[in-house]
Design a protein around this ligand. Structure first.
Ligand code: NAD
Length: 351
């Protein structure tokens, strides 16, 4: 398939190839859809084996941002950037500043932020060349670390799932299996334990396990046992594609609600969850707290307003679950449809 056919099939607006031999910059910025607002999404730096892989990644991720911004009701479009290179070896101030100059050429059609391989210090260098940057930590007006907000949104989305399944949003007495005990889980478990849930967790990193045990005294099992726990809710907060034809058979829970990206290996796995009577909170809707948080930098950041807004993920998940039940469709398909409808409606209003 040629490139234009590929990008027109999924409705991409603009792909920018950024190159500077002197500083070793090879980057791609993809703006998927800017109907709802400026294309916003982090910049990832990764040693892609091939340029095709980098292109595929930026296309996939930018499209995902369109859906995340839309389902969350934000006035933002979807975009993403990738820099081809090893962040440990190839990252230099010159390269980052040159990337910033490319972002600036788009005059706000693309707003960049952090992603894998790009940290707050890197963004500060990008920011020297362009104002179209969100999520720099430690500077005035910054929204800070997004993980606690992602956790707050995930917690609220989980409560909406509980209300849907058990008729009450309370998580008191619920047994919750948490996969991954990193930044998001650490805050999330705080909310769960406070509400009286019983938590079992797993992580491949012994330090993460020790930290969660010390702080919250939760139960711990081996990483390969966490999804099969006898529990009410499974919360994936580590890896993508963990809901697949093998793992789904092991699940004993009624709800899957976690922050990990791309949890479903395939769309069909979402349908299988539905057939098994397991309520799945679509990942990009429940984990949008980080994006919603940086969005608030655009109008002058205020943490209280950001937490309030992110708490609205409860309603987003509730709306998805109600409609999915009514239309007898898997929740991830309904979330996609709702995100697409918002964009179509905005387009209609404009024309
Ligand atoms: P993190 O890297 O701090 O935590 C992930 C944890 O998962 C790590 O402790 C890691 O050791 C563990 N892990 C890796 N493989 C595992 C396995 N096989 N079994 C059990 N544990 C394993 O990341 P985070 O910031 O807490 O994010 C968690 C997830 O949420 C990620 O998938 C991330 O992409 C997604 N997410 C995060 C944010 C955010 O604001 N941080 C926003 C949206 C989505």
């Amino acid at each position: 398939m040629n490139l234009f056919e590929r990008i027109s099939n999924d409705g991409y607006e603009q792909i920018v190839f950024c190159h500077d031999k002197d500083v070793g910059l090879k980057a791609i910025i993809a703006i998927h859809d800017s109907t709802l607002g400026p294309g916003t999404g982090g910049c990832r730096m990764y040693p892609y084996a091939t340029e095709d892989q980098a292109l595929e990644d930026v296309l996939r991720l930018s499209r995902g941002m369109t859906y995340k911004a839309s389902i969350s009701g934000l006035k933002l479009g979807g975009a993403k950037a990738v820099i081809i290179g090893d962040p440990k070896k190839d990252k230099t101030p010159e390269l980052l500043k040159r990337f910033g100059q490319y972002v600036e050429t788009l005059k706000g059609r693309y707003i960049t932020a952090k992603d894998v391989g790009i940290n707050g210090d890197d963004l500060a260098l990008v920011r020297r060349e362009t104002n179209h940057v969100l999520g720099i930590e430690g500077v005035a007006g910054s929204s800070g670390d997004p993980s606690p907000l992602t956790a707050w949104g995930t917690y609220n989305g989980m409560k909406a799932c509980a209300a849907h399944v058990w008729g009450t949003s309370s998580l008191k007495g619920k047994r919750i299996a948490v996969q991954g005990l990193g930044y998001v889980s650490f805050s999330l478990i705080g909310y769960l334990v406070k509400e009286g849930a019983s938590v079992v967790g797993a992580d491949v990193d012994p330090q993460a396990v020790a930290r969660a045990q010390k702080e919250y005294g939760i139960d711990i099992v081996a990483p390969n046992e966490i999804l099969a726990q006898d529990c009410d809710i499974v919360s994936p907060n580590a890896l993508g594609a963990i809901l697949n034809n093998l793992s789904i058979r092991e699940l004993k829970c009624k709800v899957v609600a976690g922050a990990a990206n791309n949890q479903l290996a395939t769309d069909e796995d979402g349908a299988e969850l539905m057939r098994r009577g397991i309520v799945y909170a679509p990942d990009y809707a429940i984990n949008a707290g980080g994006l919603m948080n940086i969005y608030h930098e655009l109008d002058g950041y205020n943490a209280e307003r950001a937490y309030d807004h992110v708490g609205g993920i409860y309603k987003t998940i509730e709306d998805i679950l109600v409609r999915a039940k009514k239309e007898n469709q898997p929740t991830q398909r309904i979330a996609d449809r709702m995100a697409e409808e918002r964009i179509q409606n905005a387009k209609k209003k404009r024309s």
